[in-house]
Design a protein around this ligand. Structure first.
Ligand SMILES: O=C(O)CCC(=O)C(=O)O
Ligand SMILES: [Fe+2]
Length: 197
């Protein structure tokens, strides 16, 4: 299957409608199993590096805040191209149905090993960041530990997502504080952000 032939997923319009209504949606089995497996194999073989806080010149390592290891997707494999093509379909649908004016998407592989976590944070601050919509896609099943805990705008626990291969979570980057609880076993994902710059 070439990238241009990627069919529009059956769940797309409904998921984007849920996102429009709630600012948050969890989509099980969003990826074909074979694509998820290829992405997981790539993540396992990739040279991941300790993730920082901030970007560019301001990038700082802070293992008290986050301990995941990451690598930015660059579209260098067919699997990455298919994943990014799916993100592009989501971008078009979100712009059509939610009038978000999203301009592009950036994403990285992430690995959390046993004991790794990411403390409660927001992915964007209203008016100060161009990250608008967060995407997290899990690449393997995680039986215990490593859940994504999402909080409401007034900081009460809202939803816990236990990673399952091919589950995709979309949420408003500046609206929902969230954290990754300490992993019991290795957890692979792709975290990404749609931006408006
Ligand atoms: O992997 C997850 O469940 C969330 C990761 C996250 O919050 C982030 O990378 O900003
Ligand atoms: Fe985050």
């Amino acid at each position: 299957m070439t990238v241009s032939q990627l069919p529009e997923p059956v769940w797309l319009a409904d998921a984007v409608e849920q996102f429009y209504l709630h600012g948050l949606v969890v989509i099980p089995e969003a990826l074909p199993a074979s694509l998820c497996q290829q992405l997981c194999d790539e993540a396992q073989q990739a040279q991941l590096k300790p993730a920082g806080i901030g970007r560019g010149q301001d990038l700082q390592l802070d293992p008290d805040i986050r301990r995941d290891q990451t690598l930015w997707l660059d579209g260098s494999s067919a699997a990455q191209q298919q994943y990014l093509a799916l993100m592009s379909l989501i971008q078009q649908a979100a712009n059509r149905q939610c009038f978000l004016g999203l301009t592009h998407h950036e994403a990285h592989f992430a690995r959390y090993q046993r004991g790794d976590f990411y403390q409660k944070h927001l992915d964007a601050f209203t008016g100060r960041s161009s990250r608008v919509l967060t995407t997290v896609c899990y690449l393997n099943d995680v039986a215990s530990g490593g859940a994504l805990q999402i909080y409401s705008e007034n900081d009460t626990p809202l939803l816990q997502v236990q990673p399952q291969a091919s589950t995709l979570v979309l949420f408003e980057s500046a609206r929902f504080p969230h954290e990754v609880l300490p992993a019991d076993s290795t957890r692979f994902s792709i975290a990404g952000w749609f931006r408006v710059d």
